[in-house]
Design a protein around this ligand. Structure first.
Ligand SMILES: *Cc1c(COP(=O)(O)O)cnc(C)c1O
Length: 377
């Protein structure tokens, strides 16, 4: 007999059970119309999302990885260009840089926010400049739902004439002083992978920008580098569209999105209340004035072996946990040909200590209580 989980890591089944009537209807409507790729529904969703984020253009696409790559293509970032990427993130953030032939240079994080450290970024820039290289861009990631420190990162980008790409795959719905995530980059991107804060029922993604020229290029690159139409091809692009069924599901979920973020915040507050007296655990902290969309609730154990013990204890109690992320980007085999040029000690330590707990808008207070009881022993 396997152990039965008392709680889901992210409860998508419960979300569907609650939204089933609305979601089933929108899927049926798409099937009835038999318009499965692009169309008015996708355009409407793009408009709604652009309005929510507070930017001029939203360009939907097939997934969050393509969204990042399309942004780099739009900026003509290619062979030999240097792009800074946080060392602690999902593989995509660095993969896209290498995919266009450019060089990702990994930057250490601030252990308090898990996001790119502005000081480490400045240091990495000066190291690169000493090599006689002019870097092109910074990819800042809103890890676990908290926006990166954009006031400082933007200033650094302006000083050094670097383009800023916000990877908001986990950050959609986050805010800094009332300004929404996916509005901080020169271009910003998100993912609608099912477990992300705003998820569809397959793959999906979107790109946000205020720049008209880039928006036109993005719309071209995502459909085979189209010119006047799909059969007039003026550049080499990709096939990266959002399915109409996914847009229909997203429209329903988007109507409930703000309530869901508030529910996640309530869950995070409850975790904090039950765990704040436990000196063996560091709970996540959100910078004052910031809002997290709580893509993950990630705590730190004292060290690697304490984390393994804690994971085991939770597993025995039927509580699923995940390690986001076990390996710094600079230690991924795929990046092995790269020369590591900056120290990333914080990332190395965090990778050994981090543990993500069950989170989501539909997690029950009693479940959080029982998870915390298990943690507190
Ligand atoms: C999920 C994720 C991506 C990629 O999104 P996909 O839709 O899975 O391609 C990129 N960056 C970060 C930080 C992510 O968490």
């Amino acid at each position: 007999m396997g152990i039965v989980d008392i709680v889901q890591f992210r409860d998508l089944k419960k979300q569907y059970a609650i939204l089933k009537g609305e979601i089933d209807k929108s899927i049926r409507d798409v099937c009835t119309d038999a318009c499965f790729i692009s169309g008015q529904l996708v355009n409407d969703l793009e408009e709604q999302l652009a309005k929510y984020v507070g930017v001029k253009h939203c360009i939907s696409c097939a997934n969050g990885t393509d969204a990042l790559q399309l942004a780099l293509m739009t900026w003509n970032i290619s062979s030999g260009d240097v792009v800074f990427v946080p060392d602690f993130t999902f593989f995509s953030s660095g993969e896209v840089v290498a995919a266009v032939g450019a060089i990702p240079v990994f930057v250490d994080i601030d252990p308090k926010t898990f996001n790119m450290s502005p000081e480490a970024l400045e240091e990495a820039i000066s190291v690169i400049q000493k090599e006689g290289i002019t870097p092109r861009a910074v990819i800042a990631v809103d890890l676990f739902g908290q926006p990166a420190e954009y006031d400082r990162i933007k200033e650094i980008c302006q000083t050094h004439e670097l383009l800023l790409l916000e990877d908001g795959a986990q950050g959609f719905g986050g805010m800094i002083d009332g300004k929404k995530a996916c509005s901080f980059g020169d271009i910003s991107t998100t993912s609608f992978f099912p477990a992300k804060p705003l998820g569809c029922y397959g793959d999906g993604g979107a790109i946000f920008t205020d720049n008209d020229e880039w928006a036109d290029l993005l719309r071209s690159y995502r459909i085979h580098g189209k010119g006047s139409d799909k059969y007039d091809n003026v550049r080499v692009g990709m096939n990266s569209r959002l399915d109409t069924i996914q847009a229909a599901i997203l429209q329903v979920k988007f109507r409930h999105f703000e309530e869901e973020i508030k529910a996640c915040q309530k869950a995070a507050d409850l975790y904090e209340r039950f765990l704040c007296d436990n000196n063996d655990i560091v709970t996540p902290k959100i910078i004052s004035g910031y809002r997290s969309s709580w893509a993950q609730y990630t705590v730190l154990a004292e060290n690697g072996s304490k984390r393994e013990q804690l994971m085991q204890r939770l597993r025995d109690g039927g509580v699923p946990t995940m390690i986001y992320y076990r390996k710094p980007m600079h230690m991924q085999k795929a990046f092995a040909p790269l020369k590591v040029i900056t120290e990333c000690h914080n990332t190395e330590l965090i990778c050994e200590r981090c543990l993500s707990l069950p989170m989501g808008p539909y997690i029950e207070d009693d479940d959080i209580k029982s998870i915390c009881d298990t943690i507190n022993g």
